[in-house]
Design a protein around this ligand. Structure first.
Ligand code: SAM
Length: 214
């Protein structure tokens, strides 16, 4: 993803109450943070947050946390959220490699990976969010009955992701290489910003749902 630096984004994010600043201090206590017992779902690499804002307004009984590593991207989500009333959604500015320092074992019920960066060079494979290295981290914070949902239009990344499921400690629950024409998997689908952009170009959207292999 090409990144345009937004002047003042770091300061804006650092003083926003839509972004959790002391996020490592909530490890194991995210339900206390939201002041309810509702399940916690996270999106890693949320970009400008369109998907999560729609999910949070459709599902007030689910707590959502969006994770994004660039302030120049996150600021767009924060500015949009300021116009909305979504107490069940918050954001964290961080790199996903830190995830196990932020969430306790089995604290999370669902993880969304939407249009993750492909990192096409082989030597960067472990930076891909559906890589086994990340799946092992995600396995730790996910509840036993929890799920990961991954969508992309990138066929190479999807083929790689499918190969990583088992070595990462997961099993496949559902898969499609053409989500928008799969009646069952597309039911209730909320499109992300990238999904709208790439499906408008005629690209097919791939999706898998995986569960811990225990
Ligand atoms: N999920 C959005 C969508 O589908 O429209 C945005 C997709 S964009 C291609 C991928 C986003 O993931 C970028 O904003 C990027 O900064 C973020 N990202 C990539 N790797 C990350 C990581 N390790 N930790 C946090 N965010 C990451």
């Amino acid at each position: 993803m090409r990144l345009k630096h937004v002047k003042g984004a770091e300061e804006y994010i650092a003083s926003s109450n839509h972004v959790v600043q002391d996020y490592k201090e909530h490890k194991g206590n995210w339900n206390r943070f939201f002041a309810n017992d509702n399940p916690v779902h996270i999106e890693i690499g949320m970009g400008k947050g369109q998907f999560l804002m729609e999910m949070a307004s459709l599902n007030p009984d689910i707590n959502y946390i969006g994770i994004e590593r660039y302030s120049s991207v996150l600021i767009r989500a924060v500015q949009k959220k300021e116009e909305l009333d979504l107490p069940n959604l918050t954001f964290i500015l961080m790199d996903a490699t830190e995830i196990c320092e932020v969430f306790a074992k089995q604290e999370i019920e669902r993880i969304y990976l939407n249009f993750s960066d492909p990192w096409p060079k082989d030597r960067h494979a472990k930076r891909r969010l559906p890589s086994r290295q990340f799946l092992e981290r995600f396995k730790e914070i996910l509840k036993d009955e929890g799920q990961i949902e991954f969508k992309t239009d990138n066929k190479d990344l999807f083929a790689f992701a499918l190969e990583e499921v088992e070595p990462g400690g997961f099993k496949l629950i559902a898969v499609t290489h053409d989500l928008h024409h799969d009646e069952i998997m597309n039911a209730g689908n909320v499109m992300t910003e990238y999904e709208k952009k790439f499906s408008a170009l005629g690209n097919h959207i791939c999706k898998y749902v995986i569960k811990k292999n225990i």
